[in-house]
Ligand binder design. Structure first.
Ligand SMILES: C[S@@+](CC[C@H](N)C(=O)[O-])C[C@H]1O[C@@H](n2cnc3c(N)ncnc32)[C@H](O)[C@@H]1O
Length: 243
């Protein structure tokens, strides 16, 4: 993880308690819980903000996958600090498309805020890898930045340097073709950051300016004025069920 991201997740872990994360979790799969087939619940690119929190009091095997050790350590600290948590949670430090995924039946897979770090062809390869562990009735949740995302400007060079792809619903449907999957949920969202999220951004910027040894008050203020802008997050969320 580069230093900017490390400082962001550090700021995030200072500002968000685990209780906050559990309360703020919006999980459309809650509607379908009584349809879950046997198998593990897997969150890929779980970070600390994992959907696994929703399943801690089930007897299911829970698997969190992330390629960042610091994020996994922060998540482990959160899980260890929960009172009476006896859940079977495996946290695996794996890199998508580099490492093999654990081979076992997956009941539910969460792909939250991870697919936009890959181009569409790579996303197809990720779904192909997943399919080896999916069965009839397995659910896959995908949360991605949409083509309306404020940073998306295809006319700009380097538009896809950071986020490799901005999605339309047709893009998602092409990854989960209708012969194999049924789309059971879809939503398109546009959301501005809350005060707490903006506070996290500001704490991050403070940490980064400290890291760069920028101490001049005027310079710090002008960097904040330039960077602390509340742009709307435009996202798509879809849930697919394997036929
Ligand atoms: C934006 S965060 C999303 C965290 C959480 N899923 C959420 O929705 O809030 C992306 C996470 O994916 C992880 N990640 C990025 N690239 C990855 C890769 N190639 N393989 C596995 N994890 C990756 C990052 O370390 C980070 O924790």
């Amino acid at each position: 993880m580069d230093v900017q991201m490390r400082l962001y997740w550090e700021a995030y872990s200072e500002i968000y308690s685990t209780k906050d994360l559990i309360r703020e979790l919006q999980n459309p799969l809650r509607h379908y819980e009584n349809e879950f087939v046997e198998g593990a619940i897997v969150d890929i690119g779980c970070g600390q903000t994992t959907f696994l929190f929703d399943y801690l009091d089930t007897k299911r095997k829970l698997i969190g996958i992330d390629n960042d050790k610091v994020q996994l350590k922060l998540l482990k600290n959160r899980l260890d600090a929960l009172p009476s948590n006896t859940a079977d949670v495996q946290l695996l430090n794996l890199t998508l498309l580099v490492d093999a995924l654990p081979s076992e039946p997956y009941s539910v897979v969460f792909l939250a805020n991870i697919l936009h770090f890959f181009n569409l062809q790579e996303c197809g390869q990720i779904i192909d890898q997943l399919k080896a562990n999916l069965m009839s009735g397995s659910f896959v949740y995908a949360w991605v930045h949409s083509d309306k995302y404020y940073m998306n400007d295809p006319s700009k060079p380097g538009n896809n340097d950071y986020f490799k792809h901005y999605f339309t619903l047709a893009d998602l449907d092409s990854l989960f073709e209708s012969v194999g999957f049924e789309r059971v949920y879809y939503s398109e969202t546009e959301r501005y950051f809350s005060k707490k999220e903006m506070l996290t951004q500001e704490r991050w910027l403070d940490k980064y300016m400290d890291h760069l040894k920028i101490s001049n008050k005027k310079e710090r203020k002008s960097l904040k004025d330039e960077n602390l802008i509340n742009n709307p997050e435009s996202d798509l969320i879809a849930v697919y069920k394997m036929r």
